[in-house]
Design a protein around this ligand. Structure first.
Ligand code: ASP
Length: 295
């Protein structure tokens, strides 16, 4: 396919993160490469203190610590990840530094935080007054029950195709609210929360990370596309790998978005209510995903 037919650039992201996706689209339109555009896009939500599921302002674990997870994957197959990081807001950018400035793929906890300072990142208090209040309220009758479609936003996972037709992505989250100390979900795990193969396409997930990890969801979607499925078919099959094996799917949400090398996009989730953003040809749309549970 000629690059002109692709109508690149394209940016897609989980949930209705209008400003974040617009930022990525603008960066791509200026000729910025896919990975840097995705990082610029997701950083809008990392900086947004009203978003209680990503970056600064994210909900803490049950002990009151905000710990962030993020990963990035580039079109050449390189990737970087940080898990359980405190006091650093822009963890997707930090994951890129792990990719470019270290011999490793993943750094955790205090090691990731110290590395961030060595790279010029600044320390910040990620627990906002309102997140602290909500956590104190939760402590009054502490029950761990992740909500389906938290305030209609969650983890932000973003996939970009740049003007050269190259694909990259980023995924960043504060994880599930009131998780156990040290808990890490799918979002920073390459292949679970995010996977890119520049010859085929990319996928990202959001929702109950434990279930995404058990099925290596994003890698699965890219492999299904490699074997001929459209992004839509691949997202549906990846969701159904979970619903077929887990009788409790009524209790949690899983949602995927995917894009292939031709710029076709797909999305599927278990429960109604998941939306995603798509930027193409200067238009930034919020699209409702089809869902598995119909009633
Ligand atoms: N997938 C994220 C996690 O399990 C949370 C989410 O997307 O809601 O940490």
């Amino acid at each position: 396919m000629a690059l002109n037919d692709l109508k690149a650039p394209i940016a897609i992201c989980t949930w209705g993160f209008v400003a974040a996706n617009a930022k990525a689209g603008e960066e791509l339109s200026k000729g910025i490469k896919a990975l840097d555009a995705a990082i610029a896009g997701v950083s809008v939500e990392e900086d947004n203190i009203k978003n209680t599921t990503v970056g600064k302002g994210g909900a803490p674990d049950r002990e009151g610590n905000v710990t962030l997870d993020a990963c990035v994957m580039d079109s050449n197959g390189d990737c970087g990840s940080v898990v359980c990081v405190e006091n650093i807001t822009n963890v997707a950018a930090l994951a890129k530094r792990v990719m470019t400035e270290t011999p490793h793929v993943m750094l955790a906890g205090s090691g990731a935080e110290e590395f961030a300072y060595s790279q010029g990142f600044e320390s910040d208090n990620l627990l906002t007054d309102s997140s602290k209040k909500a956590w104190e309220e939760w402590l009054k009758s502490p029950e761990y029950k992740p909500l389906i479609n938290i305030e209609n936003h969650d983890t932000i996972g973003m996939l970009c195709i740049d003007k050269d037709g190259d694909i990259a992505g980023a995924c960043t989250t504060s994880g599930l609210s009131y998780k156990m100390k040290g808990r890490v979900g799918d979002s920073p795990i390459i292949g679970s929360g995010l996977f890119i193969d520049n010859d085929i396409g990319g996928a990202v997930g959001t929702g109950m990370g434990e279930e995404i990890m058990k099925t290596v969801g994003s890698f699965l979607i890219v492999e299904l596309m490699r074997n001929g499925m459209s992004p839509q078919q691949a997202c549906e099959e990846a969701v159904q790998r979970i619903t077929r094996k887990n009788d409790h799917f009524n209790d949690f949400q899983i949602a995927y978005i995917a894009i292939n090398k031709s710029g076709d996009v797909g999305s599927y989730c278990i429960h109604k209510g998941f939306t995603y953003m798509k930027y193409q040809n200067g238009k930034n749309e919020n699209i409702h995903s089809d869902h598995y549970v119909k009633s």
